[in-house]
Design a binder for this molecule. Structure first.
Ligand SMILES: [Zn+2]
Length: 232
């Protein structure tokens, strides 16, 4: 199971409500808060993560997380605002809320029981980005591997990593992998993954706003919620 932290305090609630059993194993697709905070909801589960992400996660766990800290950091760097406000909404407090480093680390990849393949792919979004292939289901879990960097790290020209998407589509071929699940979207078909909405993201000093460009044409495209999710 890949953990998303949209309800970081109680991520297990919808799973329990659906009548599903507790997670036995968690695989971190990358170390960002909205993918790892909340792992403590399954204290018995084995957590698997890339070695680089473990180092980053351990450093982040040392920060003095609080609403006061989030406000101060966002005031010092407004580019942190969207992400830090989302954390504040998700977390009433950090009291008794441990951030869990992986129990099992890997460098290039692992094969787990059931033939599940865990593979480090990296990318602009996070250096520890990992994909998880579930061959029996024809599903590839992508985390955020093809997204742009987080907003506060964004540079001119950064965007959707088309080369990585093309490589994934060749590595996980048609007929064996038909569904692709990233961290912020509904499940995608191969075509949906191939036809991104955004290829480039930049900051305009003139308009003091983000500019998104379409893949292929490079023409400006309207900002949508999916654009904004890609850089969170
Ligand atoms: Zn992320």
């Amino acid at each position: 199971m890949a953990v998303a932290g949209c309800c970081a305090r109680h991520p297990s609630t919808p799973i329990t409500a659906a009548g599903l059993p507790a997670a036995l194993r968690l695989i971190y697709t990358h170390h960002h808060w909205d993918h790892v905070w909340g792992a403590c909801a399954w204290p018995e589960a084995e957590i698997i993560g890339h070695r680089a992400g473990t180092r980053l996660l351990e450093a982040k766990a040392q920060r003095p997380w609080s609403h006061h800290y989030l406000r101060a950091e966002a005031a010092a760097d407004p580019m942190l605002g969207p992400s830090f406000r989302a954390r504040a909404w998700a977390m009433p407090s950090w009291e008794g809320f441990p951030m869990m480093p992986p129990h099992t680390e890997f460098d290039e990849g692992l094969t787990l029981s059931g033939g599940i393949e865990v593979r480090h792919v990296g990318g602009l979004h996070a250096e520890d980005s990992t994909v998880v292939a579930v061959p029996n289901s024809g599903v590839l879990l992508l985390g955020g591997c093809f997204y742009a960097p987080p907003l506060h790290l964004l540079k001119a020209g950064d965007g959707y990593v088309a080369d990585l998407v093309d490589w994934l589509l060749s590595e996980y071929p048609q007929g064996r992998y038909d569904w692709f699940v990233d961290g912020n979207s509904a499940p995608r078909s191969r075509q949906s993954l191939r036809d991104p909405t955004v290829s480039g993201v930049g900051w305009s000093d003139q308009s003091q706003s983000l500019i998104f460009t379409s893949r292929g044409s490079g023409a400006p495209c309207p900002v949508s919620m999916s654009c904004l999710r890609l850089i969170r």
